[in-house]
Design a protein around this ligand. Structure first.
Ligand code: SF4
Length: 277
């Protein structure tokens, strides 16, 4: 079995991905052009993955608005480096000092409406750092990023490429306080809060960053406020030397399941980046 770029596909990983796909309740996947030996290989891998495999069916087409697929070749051909940010007072903070600074932060108006700040979750020595947009209601209530349904979907997406927030992923947001009513982050809020994120990345020093959603993607790639998520996907960017992959926010995937296929492509790109790191 090969992927669309012609690279071999590990049947165990494919079986695991199909299981995750099924658990996420996503539309049926159609895998065409399997011969008998490949089907047997996949079934065998499914057994070793200790879980039922979703139906094997013809592949779904790329959906409307889903940008081009990701390729390893693009990784080598088009690294994009964001401009270096200016120094800030938190640049020398360790993790504990940074967490405390965030907890007491009043730099923007969001401190007036938050229940609590949401600093991060996951492994401090993570291989991958996931950066989202801002806390929602569940996060504001618990103090943890990516909880609730979107958080569960993110965990499943990460598990599909053998990552977990317990062992190998550090998760945080651009904003550490919830915007009222889950409105979009404002430019002044992002400007005030982004030094915390920058220091978090310096402290974790991940092998790769996964930016989920357009606000994190635009900030970390240094692209303009109007850059679409589609224009940023499918390329390995660089954030101060750290490879950066862009994908949809899990909350957006819950609203639009047709983006599941390109999101899966993004995860595969991230996996290939890590294998090459
Ligand atoms: S969103 Fe960021 S900058 Fe604004 S109050 Fe919260 S921690 Fe401070």
């Amino acid at each position: 079995m090969t992927d669309r770029a012609g690279a071999p596909v590990d049947p165990v990983l494919l079986a695991r991905a199909l299981r995750q796909w099924s658990e996420m309740g996503l539309p049926a996947l159609f895998l065409d052009q399997l011969d008998r030996s490949q089907a047997v290989s996949l079934a065998s891998a499914s057994a070793s993955a200790a879980a039922p495999v979703a139906p094997v069916l013809p592949s779904i087409p790329d959906e409307v608005g889903a940008p081009r697929p990701s390729t390893v070749e693009e990784t080598a051909a088009a690294p994009v480096e964001a401009p270096a940010p200016a120094p800030t007072p938190v640049d020398d903070f360790d993790d504990e000092a940074l967490r405390e600074a965030v907890r007491g932060c009043t730099l923007c108006a969001l401190h007036q409406t938050r229940k609590q700040t949401v600093y991060a979750d996951g492994a401090p020595d993570a291989r991958v750092m996931v950066v989202g947009e801002a806390p929602g209601a569940h996060e504001d209530a618990t103090g943890l990023p990516f909880v609730g349904e979107a958080g569960r979907l993110l965990d499943l997406m990460l598990a599909a490429i053998d990552l977990s927030r317990r062992d190998s992923v550090y998760i945080c947001n651009v904003l550490k306080c919830r915007p009222p009513g889950n409105r979009n982050p404002q430019p002044d809020e992002i400007a005030s809060c982004s030094p915390y994120l920058r220091r978090q990345i310096e402290l974790v020093r991940p092998e790769a960053i996964l930016a989920v959603g357009s606000f994190a993607a635009r900030l970390l790639t240094g692209s303009g406020d109007t850059a679409s998520l589609g224009s940023l996907r499918g390329t390995v960017h660089s954030y101060e030397g750290v490879p950066l992959v862009v994908t949809y926010h899990p909350a957006a995937l819950l609203r639009n399941r047709t983006w599941s296929r390109p999101a899966w492509d993004d995860l595969q790109l991230l996996r290939r980046v890590m294998e090459g790191a």
